[in-house]
Design a protein around this ligand. Structure first.
Ligand code: HEM
Length: 319
């Protein structure tokens, strides 16, 4: 199995998953059930997380197919640009969905404005992901193409070289060639990392039984700062990725471990907002076993993410 298999495995989640999540969300609105709405917000958040490795493994698939003459570079690039745009709408949907879950805890209701943004961003993400997926399908399936349903002619190297640069590559070139972009993104990446890991440590240490004097409801106020840090790191991390996807990242297995750990760590962080258990912790209360387990694994997972990121230059020879 290689990363192309993983791309083929993941790439229906952002479309099929969104049909299910949007259906549950609309049902929740129709029956006015906060529980059903919360389930759909959790699903949106998961799909936003899954869309990151879907995008990254797509680039690995592109590399694997780059020597296959019957695969049209133009089609792959059109698919890549559509996926790149869709990814940002999906991440926005995931972030606002998380905010809705957090607001529900703080206010005991979901503000109308949040639900409207989730609906609009969710519909836009679905439309764009569906378009990206359709273009992805057309790479290998002439039968679903809107024009003549025939296989592409073998790729002409000169035409491939003159093909329009995909959006991700244009931004990636700016990351590499404009002097300050990489350094500025590194700075923001480290600020994001500090925000994220700082909040993770505070919340998780409380859940492990330290600083028992602080009730969980107080620590919960810090969570949006952690999400802000995570968001900054997703944005800058993707900018690094499109800057040098092949040289630095998709050829290094440690990078895929980092992606996998981010996925599980992101899901782990959801426990502290979506589940009721942490909310029972008043000042002085000892945390339940499940909360301790979630906290210990949260710290270990985020440390794993930091380790994999930090070690990229040393294992696999990135940079
Ligand atoms: C979230 C983003 C993405 C989604 C939802 C997505 C979705 C899809 C889908 C549905 C297919 C068709 C699978 C099939 O034929 O059964 C596909 C194939 C493909 N995608 Fe993506 N994709 C994404 C990102 C990317 C990116 C960034 C690239 C980089 C260029 C890429 C490269 C490819 C390639 C090369 C194939 C053909 C694989 C093969 O048939 O061997 N994808 N994608």
């Amino acid at each position: 199995m290689d990363w192309t298999h993983v791309h083929l495995l993941l790439n229906h989640f952002p479309t099929v998953g969104m049909i299910v999540a949007l259906g549950v969300f609309l049902y929740g609105l129709a029956v006015n059930s906060d529980e059903v709405k919360r389930i759909s917000l959790v699903a949106f958040f998961f799909i936003a997380l899954l869309s990151i490795p879907t995008f990254v493994t797509g680039t690995a698939a592109e590399l694997a197919l780059s020597k296959t003459p019957e695969v049209s570079v133009t089609r792959v690039q059109a698919h890549e640009t559509a996926a790149f745009i869709a990814l940002w709408f999906m991440e926005l949907t995931g972030a606002v969905s998380w905010l809705g879950l957090w607001q529900y805890r703080r206010l005991s209701r979901m503000p109308q404005a949040t639900l409207i943004v989730v609906l609009l961003a969710g519909l836009a993400s679905f439309g764009m992901m569906a378009r990206a997926s359709n273009l992805g399908g057309e790479i290998r399936h002439p039968e679903i193409r809107s024009g003549p349903k025939v296989a592409d002619p073998p790729v002409d190297a000169a035409a491939a070289a003159n093909a329009k640069e995909p959006l991700a590559r244009v931004i990636g070139d700016a990351m590499v060639n404009v002097t300050w972009t990489w350094a500025a993104s590194e700075t923001v990446h480290f600020i994001g990392l500090s925000l994220l890991f700082g909040v993770v440590l505070l919340v998780d240490l409380r859940m492990l039984g330290f600083v028992k004097g602080i009730p969980y409801t107080v620590l919960h106020r810090l969570l949006p700062w952690g999400l802000l840090g995570f968001g900054l790191n997703v944005i800058t991390g993707m900018l690094f990725f499109v800057g040098a996807p092949i040289g630095f990242y998709v050829t290094n297995n440690l990078f895929f471990w980092k992606m996998a750990l981010i996925l599980v760590a992101g899901a782990n962080a959801l426990y502290f907002t979506a589940f009721d258990q942490p909310w029972t912790l008043e000042a002085g209360d000892a945390p339940p076993l499940a909360a301790k387990f979630a906290a210990a694994s949260g710290i270990a997972l985020w440390l794993g993410v930091l380790f994999c990121g930090q070690m990229l230059p040393f294992f696999g020879h990135s940079f």
